[in-house]
Design a protein around this ligand. Structure first.
Ligand SMILES: Nc1ncnc2c1ncn2[C@@H]1O[C@H](COP(=O)(O)OP(=O)(O)O)[C@@H](O)[C@H]1O
Ligand SMILES: [Mg+2]
Length: 421
């Protein structure tokens, strides 16, 4: 079974968390001070870039200090009602089993700003009355929705910084030792430096690069320097379209860190431009057609064993179609059109669907007619009449992001959101 190494090798005690010693020490002292009665600062606000160990520090500290940790995520405080549900927990220092308690509100960035009515005030109220330590975490402390937390008398504000590469290296080294992987130090240094202090992504890279291997050399990782996924795809395509043997072509599929459907699209899009002898192109396209048949069959029957044939035909099958010919001159690789249209508009489609659902809830229309018949009018209103737009925003309960989208820009959205406050 595969487990993510970020979970498997997650620090269990703060001694294992790399970097941010001062920040961690400050937090620890504050937590311990609760043993002598409720301190002035009822809450700590940890902030800093993603993947540097904010969440894991709190978890490890709770375990080190044998305290009970109650973790809440953004979805638990979308609304005031949900927040009041856990207000009671904060009113007692000891939990059910007599353990001292910490309440962690993680991923505060996900709390709505202006549009939300009452999430942040509800949280500050709980903190004011709290009898146990509350820890808040967000990436961007300076976001204006957090202004009420900027009071140093009431809140212990702690910044987490990116650990230096040497510290990240230490963590990666430990993981390799535990996993029994023989490594060249240069390889780990390279991964550590590339991560720029994001420990989570460094660990993920390490796992991806050592997949199924027990050693790691500098040459195994140096190509990452160009890790723009496209580059990987381009070398894969080169192997498939110009591979001299079946094996090299087949290996290409292992190399690609894209899924097979994606790889298929790339090969399908590019093959016609790289075979200039018609009979060879016919062979190549036939191989792709067979691969596609198997692909459909796998999807229908879930016989995963057939995937082997999909891979063989779309890689080796295409490579073997070439007799000797080579296109005259250099032919650039193209991005698959089908993926481009889908990926370009995906976030927008999700956003629009969300808006459609909210309109549906209020107006009892189908989502698609909400998008087709109502949204265009909303756009006109949001672009020209911020006051009316503000009213509608409340009525439909649109989020900030949704208002941005409908208003067609952050500046206009700001005006609308301001009108609500
Ligand atoms: N400083 C660190 N030391 C050791 N591991 C870390 C560190 N930072 C992150 N990790 C690894 O990355 C994972 C995610 O870290 P997390 O604490 O959730 O980051 P953040 O909350 O800052 O976004 C952890 O489970 C751990 O495996
Ligand atoms: Mg986190």
């Amino acid at each position: 079974m595969h487990t993510a190494w970020t979970t498997k090798h997650k620090p269990r005690t703060v001694a294992e968390v790399v970097g941010n010693r001062v920040a961690i020490g400050t937090l620890k002292q504050w937590l311990q001070s609760w043993g002598m009665g409720v301190p002035k600062q009822h809450a700590a606000f940890l902030h800093g870039p993603p993947g540097v160990g904010k969440t894991v520090t709190v978890e490890a500290l709770a375990s080190d200090l044998a305290m009970e940790l109650i973790e809440k995520n953004a979805s638990d405080y979308r609304t005031k009602e949900k927040i009041t549900q856990f207000a009671g927990l904060a009113s007692q220092y000891r939990g059910f089993f007599g353990k001292e308690r910490i309440i962690l509100l993680d991923e505060m960035d996900g709390v709505y700003g202006n549009v939300d009515r009452g999430a942040i005030p509800a949280i500050t109220k709980i903190i004011r009355d709290a009898r146990c330590p509350i820890i808040l975490i967000a990436n961007d402390f300076w976001d204006k929705k957090f202004v009420s937390f900027r009071d140093k008398k009431k809140y212990l504000i702690i910044e987490f910084k990116k650990p230096p590469a040497g510290q990240v290296l230490k963590h990666l080294t430990k993981i390799c030792v535990r996993e029994g992987i023989a490594f060249e130090e240069e390889a780990l240094k390279f991964i550590a430096q590339r991560s720029e202090g994001d420990v989570r992504s460094a660990v993920n890279d390490l796992q991806a690069l050592t997949q199924g291997k027990k050693q790691l050399a500098y040459d195994d990782v140096s190509w990452l320097a160009y890790r723009d996924r496209k580059d990987v795809i381009f070398s894969v395509l080169r192997l498939v379209l110009y591979g001299k043997t079946c094996d090299t072509a087949k290996q290409a599929a292992d190399l690609a860190d894209v899924d097979l459907d994606m790889l298929f699209e790339w090969i399908y899009e590019n093959a016609p431009y790289h075979f200039n002898v018609p009979s060879e192109l016919k062979e190549a396209m036939e191989a792709l057609a067979i691969a596609d048949l198997y692909r459909a069959r796998v999807r229908r029957t879930r016989h995963w064993k057939l995937l082997r044939y999909v891979i063989d035909f779309m890689t080796a099958g295409v490579a073997m179609a070439r007799d000797k010919s080579k296109p005259s001159g250099w032919v650039p690789f193209r991005f698959p059109q089908r993926i481009r249209t889908l990926s370009a508009s995906r976030p927008e489609r999700i956003l629009k669907a969300g808006i459609g659902k909210k309109i549906k809830g209020r107006m009892h229309l189908s989502v698609s007619s909400a998008q087709k018949d109502v949204l265009p009018y909303l756009k006109v209103i949001f672009e020209h009449n911020p006051l009316m737009a503000a009213g509608l925003t409340c009525w439909f309960n649109f989020s900030e992001e949704e208002v941005n989208y409908i208003a067609g820009g952050k500046r206009r959205a700001k005006e609308i959101l301001k009108a609500i406050d």
